[in-house]
Design a protein around this ligand. Structure first.
Ligand code: ZN
Length: 257
């Protein structure tokens, strides 16, 4: 569901919506056109704009007691289904915020000639919404790589992984899905950053090896189409204790002494 006010209404529809808000008793089409100073020839255009509002708001047509005129009364916003479509406005805002730099690999439009695309960070099929927070600007190569790589995972499994609030749980459970295969660093970085910005996901991964957590994770280097990359392989599985963040901190304190 998205906020109805974030859906773009044209300026005529917005003005009509404002009028209806000021007149909770309801207004006829002719009254709204008069108040907005629209001539008779604009009738059809205006009817379309009113239909735009009715896509977003409940707006029952009623009969006014005093003069029998048909009037529209503004009701509640309608719940909007998220189609996954990125509007032009949203796309432009996402690309603008990236300042010409791919948010995944860091290559730039100016320096590397990449083309940026607005992409759902958490794919829609994993429950990701079409909102500013869940969109990022990435280059075509990154977008293709991400799509190809994640297409082998079941959406239900990934939905569970990205749902974890703890970054340790997200990384551990993602590696577990892959056991005993090596997972490329960029994919772990992606899963780590899916809910909040993780400045040091590699440290979060190392913490999973601490004795109280006890996961065994092997590192290897391999060359792929992006150059030499680190890969991580999970060798055993143990459920993470619910208080793993505290256990990690305690372990670190003891270690430093
Ligand atoms: Zn990129």
């Amino acid at each position: 569901m998205s906020d109805p006010d974030s859906i773009s209404l044209g300026h005529v529809a917005s003005a009509a919506l404002e009028l209806l808000r000021k007149h909770p008793e309801g207004l006829s089409m002719a009254e709204m056109r008069d108040m907005l100073d629209m001539g008779a020839d604009s009738q059809e255009h205006f009817n379309r704009r009113v239909r735009d509002i009715r896509k977003v708001y409940e707006m029952p047509l009623r009969r006014r007691e005093s003069d029998g005129a048909s009037i529209y009364v503004l009701g509640n916003p309608k719940p909007q289904a998220d189609s996954g479509q990125v509007s032009e406005r949203l796309r432009a805002a996402v690309i603008h915020l990236a300042h010409g730099r791919c948010q995944m690999c860091g290559r730039t439009v100016a320096g590397d000639g990449v083309k940026l695309q607005a992409d759902h960070k958490v794919p829609q099929s994993w429950g990701g919404p079409t909102t500013m927070e869940n969109l990022w600007a990435i280059c075509e190569a990154c977008n293709r790589g991400k799509r190809n790589y994640f297409s082998s995972f079941s959406a239900d499994e990934m939905k569970q992984v990205v749902h974890f609030e703890s970054v340790h749980e997200r990384i551990a459970n993602f590696l577990r899905l892959h056991m005993p295969e090596p997972v490329p660093a960029w994919a772990i970085e992606f899963v780590a950053n899916v809910r909040d910005q993780q400045l040091d996901w590699r440290k979060r991964l190392r913490e999973l090896r601490y004795a109280p957590i006890g996961l065994e994770i092997e590192v290897s280097k391999k060359r792929d189409d992006k150059g030499v990359q680190s890969f991580y392989t999970l060798k055993n599985w143990r459920d993470l204790p619910p208080d793993h963040v505290r256990l990690i901190k305690d372990f670190e304190r003891r270690k430093d002494r």
